[in-house]
Design a protein around this ligand. Structure first.
Ligand code: SF4
Length: 384
């Protein structure tokens, strides 16, 4: 199926799920008779859209500006927000008095005498003492965000907030273009002689380019950028290697006494040279030195996964910035797998320790000059 069609199907499915979730949320909240208890998710993956709808509604009531944030920070122990004929109580779970915990529990138990699952849930909500998860699954991107800025991780992955303006490579158009270029890179025949690269690219672009996906000028730029890469030294080095694998999926499992970490991902291209992995990661962007630290963690993860698989102690990771005419290649030798493993486990542990507290103050800001260098889309939020 053409890549563009898959993207359209995925978006349509996401739209349908979004509408279904909205419908279910409406049904749930309009059936409440006395109290409606809404609990925050314990894990960023489990959070639904409903929190954002609710936060949007609350933000629309001007007098309640910042109320949620102030309750979260502990500046207010609770607040009542009037909404049409009802009112919404926002209570910091950690400050619930024993008496109110008892009342809340009793009310749920009386309402659902047969519902052991709901009673268990009520104990969790009112007791508010969940244990930190021992097993953690984080993607290379999530670990990279954690390493870059804890608060960025919290805002984007736990609160589900979108950066504004989007980061340089984070807009929908840039992501669409990146996906399209990756689809060409994945299927370009590795045995193509240098003299036939242009012809092969014309063929692939014609095959994969859906009408209206790219402006003709952008299509020509993509072709020029890819031709430069396929004629360049990196591709010529790996193209003839029979161990070449592209879009290689992996799962990396790491363990310490406190945490078990699973990392799933996909590697753009890899070959084995004299028993050591050479890993290639494509970026359809310019080489931006400010963004380079962002790629360090994924590069280390790919290297570690393959070093473990091959029983090797060294790896080379190459970042290829495909829009760059000069300075397009950044190469890094990875030689200390134990240090990488310790760093990844430390990140997983910091996530594990904070995730249930859900407290903004726990997630530190970084130096403001770094926020500007990273062009972070949360600056107006963090530094207002
Ligand atoms: S503005 Fe700075 S502190 Fe805030 S999330 Fe972005 S990088 Fe982190």
């Amino acid at each position: 199926m053409p890549n563009r069609l898959i993207q359209i199907c995925e978006r349509r499915q996401a739209d349908e799920e979004y509408e279904e979730e909205k419908r279910l949320f409406y049904v749930a909240i309009t059936r409440a008779r006395r109290n409606l208890i809404l609990g925050e998710g314990h894990c960023y993956r489990a959070q639904g859209q409903w929190r954002r709808w609710l936060l949007g509604t609350i933000a629309a009531v001007s007098e309640t500006e910042n109320v949620l944030e102030r309750v979260r920070r502990g500046q207010l122990s609770e607040a009542v927000i009037p909404c049409a004929q009802a009112s919404l109580s926002v209570i910091r779970a950690g400050t619930l008095s024993r008496q109110r915990i008892k009342e809340g529990r009793r009310e749920v138990h009386e309402s659902f005498p047969q519902g052991s699952e709901l009673r268990g849930l009520a104990n969790q909500v009112f007791g508010w003492m969940p244990l930190p998860p021992r097993v953690v699954e984080l993607s290379p991107g999530a670990l990279s965000d954690l390493a870059k800025c804890e608060r960025y991780f919290y805002l984007s992955r736990m609160e589900g907030l979108a950066e504004f303006p989007p980061s340089p490579n984070g807009s929908i158009d840039a992501m669409d273009l990146g996906n399209f270029v990756h689809a060409i890179l994945e299927s370009f025949p590795s045995g193509t002689p240098p003299g036939l690269i242009s012809e092969e690219l014309d063929h692939l672009l014609g095959e994969k380019l859906e009408p209206g996906l790219l402006d003709p000028g952008v299509g020509q730029e993509v072709k020029d950028d890819l031709a430069r890469f396929f004629q360049g030294p990196v591709w010529q080095r790996i193209a003839g290697n029979t161990s070449l694998q592209r879009e290689l999926p992996f799962v990396l499992a790491l363990r310490s006494t406190q945490v078990e970490l699973f990392i799933r991902g996909r590697i753009d291209a890899v070959v084995c040279e004299e028993g050591n992995p050479l890993i290639l990661d494509y970026k359809y962007s310019l080489n931006d030195e400010n963004q380079l630290p962002k790629y360090e963690i994924p590069m280390d993860i790919y290297a570690l996964a393959l070093m473990k698989a091959l029983g090797s102690r060294t790896a080379e990771v190459i970042l290829a910035f495909l829009r760059e005419r000069t300075n397009a290649i950044v190469s890094r030798a990875v030689t200390d797998p134990e240090q990488i493993e310790a760093r990844l486990l430390a990140l997983a542990q910091s996530y594990q320790e904070k995730v249930f507290r859900n407290d903004m103050q726990e997630w530190k800001k970084i130096d403001q000059s770094r926020c500007h260098a990273l062009e972070c889309g949360f600056r107006s939020y963090c530094w207002k």
